[in-house]
Design a protein around this ligand. Structure first.
Ligand code: NDP
Length: 272
């Protein structure tokens, strides 16, 4: 029987994870299968337990179950503990190991694929939801000069700042609080692009930026990326690289092999 893995979410039909892991498995000669599982909103735990009972080896977890996966894990990696969210589960004997590879995926995409150092840079992170929470600690580990969190609801940004303050130089507020300030890297971790919306940003926020990064991905550049380009940002990138890199980190946790992500990023881009 093939080793079995899956991604669990709701909705799930849009997920590219089965394609990504099939490509990794083929590239590294791993005998495994990877499927997508739709969990009812109140049925995540039952889906996980059933999958495990049937011999499943590991899971990816996506919206909206990352917090529930965190609570279900019997032990956690440091990055999952700090993020308080789990996107990767590995079943080990009687234990459920919970990890969070989202932040490592983003950091790898910025540094390795886009060739931009994070150390010494001033970063503006837009959004204070699950995606933002998952990337703060890995970003701070790369020693930016400052990490600023801006959110439509500024209290949520402040709460995040308070939880991560001890790990680096941080600030937070609403979007307009940082009008007139300069940032090297601006990351959109809001879900605005999902609805073809744009966060209400200060008018010249992108002018000095070397990178604008939207965690969302779509065939055409999002409104966020178009605005950044228009204001002269040196480089723009969508979240496909992050998606493939976080998958590669999960694959490594399960199989102990690092796949080559470059051809898989190219393949996924051609399918969007
Ligand atoms: P959440 O629902 O947890 O958080 C949404 C965030 O977006 C909140 O901060 C919310 O602000 C803000 N927001 C929503 N609409 C607007 C708007 N119109 N203007 C300004 N701010 C807005 O979502 P997630 O954090 O889970 O996901 C965020 C994005 O990241 C999604 O687009 C998702 O697809 C993407 N993502 C990509 C990944 C990848 O691998 N590429 C991995 C994970 C996520 P408020 O607090 O005020 O409501």
């Amino acid at each position: 029987m093939l080793d079995s893995y899956a991604v669990v979410g709701n909705p799930i039909s849009h997920s590219k994870s089965p394609l990504i892991h099939a490509a990794f498995a083929q590239q590294t000669n791993q005998s495994m299968q990877y499927t997508a599982l739709l969990a009812p909103m109140d049925g995540f735990q039952a889906i996980v337990e059933n999958f495990r009972r049937e011999g499943g080896r590991g899971l990816n977890i996506t919206v909206p179950f990352k917090m529930e996966a965190y609570r279900l894990s019997t032990h956690l990696t440091e990055r999952a503990e700090i993020a308080q969210a789990v996107n990767t589960i590995k079943f080990e004997d009687n234990e459920i190991l919970g990890d969070n590879t989202d932040g490592a995926g983003l950091v790898r995409d910025i540094i390795e694929n886009l060739g931009i150092a994070i150390e010494g840079k001033r970063i503006l992170l837009l959004g204070a939801g699950g995606a933002a929470r998952g990337v703060i600690f890995p970003l701070l580990q790369k020693k930016p000069s400052q990490l600023v969190i801006a959110n439509r609801t500024p209290q949520k940004a402040q709460t995040l700042q308070e939880s991560f303050n001890s790990h680096g130089n941080m600030d937070s507020g609403n979007f307009m609080r940082f009008a007139g300030e300069k940032f090297d890297i601006i990351i959109n971790a809001t879900s605005a692009s999902l609805y073809d919306e744009l966060p209400s940003l200060p008018s010249d926020i992108f002018t000095q930026a070397i990178l604008a990064y939207d965690m969302m991905y779509s065939r055409e550049p999002t409104r966020f990326l178009k605005l950044a380009q228009h204001q002269g940002t040196q480089q723009i990138a969508d979240g496909i690289g992050m998606l493939v890199e976080q998958a590669a980190e999960s694959f490594y946790l399960w199989r102990g092999i690092k796949p080559n992500t470059k051809p898989v990023i190219t393949m996924i881009k051609s399918l969007i």
